[in-house]
Design a protein around this ligand. Structure first.
Ligand code: AHR
Length: 496
């Protein structure tokens, strides 16, 4: 039996829990928008054509921000195509995903959907094929109250109140050669700086995100962040990180440890940003918007035959997640929370159908993927402050990351209670976790759930949607406090 321990002391604060850690992402990609959030002919469709079943699941997931409209899509997008009477909207080629975009959904509908989902819209501007002028026009259309041609157009299109969008991404993954309008760091940094400067002339209070690297494995990683921040440091609030993970070559041990890479990624970007800040003699601090993260079986999709047709909303990137995916995913969530001092916003990519926690059938059912559960539980129970818990755990050898602890965990604490989120990465046995909670003064475990299965590759399906779901953990002792974490499991332990 593996043994581990940790200490929960409310004095060891890292940072407040940031609601924006629980952001997500809706891109015009595959079936995320069409037959995902929007399907006017669906039996549950509301008066705007939004699927009520998806809205309900979205609210249960507990999301904060929603990034939109891309992703790679945004780098060829003309936002004006998506406003006004639907029957007059143009159909366009979407080069990013080799699809046809009907533009039935645009910024006004998206913001309306966000209000129904209790979510905050987060907008990306096109710095691939477009630039400063289109970004300014979109900002004026969305946020200016009225009295100008663009703001009055929004009012005429049915949105009397400004959309009041605070967070804006200055392009998407501009370091990636796959991006339409891909740029060097210097080219992008200059454009991002001038776009940010102009956007702040309309509203100095915006929160702006400069594109960081689309992965820590990019050849330009590190240098990209430094050059972009040299140009933009005083003009932006965040630098973005994007990271996707998958199990490769049957190496489950390395896969379950993938948050090690996320931790490295965050530390490297913080160090780079602070280095630029020091050189500029700036007292300002740049935070991280980890605005794309998830499990994504990218290598499977890359091996698919290239498309020759231009379909509308084809099924793309529809990964079906198993238990091990949910546990690796839980480790990523723990890592984001643990770094809440610098990662102050994040977006799970994406929300529906496309590498998503929610799946739908066109015209049919909607259900929760395995990854839905860690996200929903963390969003619901992470509150107050994130605490440092100094875990002591046995480790195991991985091909990708060397020696990695079996236990990955973080705790949050508020006046209402304390919650521990923990992953057991062990594939060969349970982990007995001893919790020293003396500093909490007599608190007891009031609930312990675990997400696990005898088959680590078991999935949820439309026919069996609850195969993988959190269940009460029967192996709890109170004095001393001890919980048995099953092998390959995500666990939530609540004290009150
Ligand atoms: O989330 C899927 C895609 O991954 C996004 O469009 C892009 O930004 C990233 O490469």
């Amino acid at each position: 039996m593996h043994q581990a321990k940790l200490t929960i002391d409310p004095a060891f604060k890292v940072a407040p829990v940031r609601r924006r850690t629980f952001g997500t992402f809706v891109e015009h990609l595959g079936r995320c928008v069409y037959t995902g959030i929007y399907e006017p002919d669906h039996p549950t469709a509301d008066e705007d054509g939004f699927r009520r079943d998806v809205l309900e699941l979205t609210r249960e997931l507990g999301i904060s921000t929603v990034r939109y409209p891309g992703g790679n899509f945004v780098s060829g997008y003309r936002w004006e195509d998506g406003i006004g009477p639907k029957d007059q909207r143009p159909r366009r080629l979407d080069l990013a995903w080799h699809s046809t975009e009907t533009n039935e959904i645009g910024v006004d509908e998206f913001v309306r959907w966000c209000r129904k989902a209790d979510a905050e819209p987060m907008m990306a501007v096109n710095l691939g094929t477009r630039g400063i002028e289109a970004a300014l026009d979109l900002l004026e259309y969305c946020n200016h109250p009225s009295g100008t041609t663009l703001s009055d157009l929004r009012v005429a299109n049915g949105a009397k109140e400004p959309h009041a969008i605070r967070m804006w991404c200055l392009g998407n993954e501009m370091d990636g050669p796959w991006q339409t309008g891909h740029k060097t760091a210097r080219e992008y940094g200059r454009l991002a700086a001038e776009t940010a400067r102009a956007m702040r002339m309309i509203d100095p209070g915006l929160e702006l995100v400069a594109c960081g690297s689309s992965g820590s494995g990019m050849a330009t990683f590190g240098a990209w962040e430094a050059e972009v921040l040299e140009e933009t440091y005083d003009l932006v609030d965040y630098i973005s990180c994007h990271a996707y993970y998958e199990e490769k070559d049957g190496d489950l041990g390395s896969f379950l440890a993938c948050s090690t890479n996320m931790e490295y990624f965050i530390r490297s970007v913080v160090a780079t940003a602070d280095h630029v800040g020091a050189r500029l003699k700036s007292r300002k601090r740049i935070d991280i918007s980890f605005d794309e993260w998830n499990i994504w079986y990218l290598s499977h999709h890359q091996n698919a035959e290239p498309r020759t047709d231009w379909p509308v909303a084809p099924p793309l990137l529809e990964d079906h997640y198993h238990l091990a995916d949910a546990v690796a995913f839980g480790g990523l969530l723990i890592t984001l929370l643990r770094n809440s001092d610098r990662v102050t916003a994040a977006s799970l990519a994406q929300l529906v159908n496309v590498i998503a926690p929610i799946m739908t059938e066109p015209g049919g059912r909607a259900w929760k993927q395995t990854t839905f559960h860690p996200f929903a539980q963390a969003s619901r129970y992470a509150a107050g402050d994130v605490l440092r818990i100094e875990p002591v755990s046995p480790s195991y050898e991985t091909a990708d990351y060397g020696d990695v602890p079996l236990l990955d965990a973080v705790a949050t604490h508020s006046a209402e209670g304390t919650t521990l989120f923990a992953v057991n990465r062990s594939t060969d046995g349970p982990l007995s976790l001893e919790i020293d909670a003396r500093a909490l003064g007599g608190k007891r475990i009031v609930e312990a759930t675990t997400l696990t299965d005898a088959d680590v590759y078991a999935r949820n399906t439309a026919d069996d949607p609850d195969r993988i779901a959190p269940r009460p953990n029967p192996d709890v002792e109170h004095d001393p406090m001890r919980v048995l974490l099953p092998p390959v499991s995500w666990n939530v332990i609540r004290l009150a």
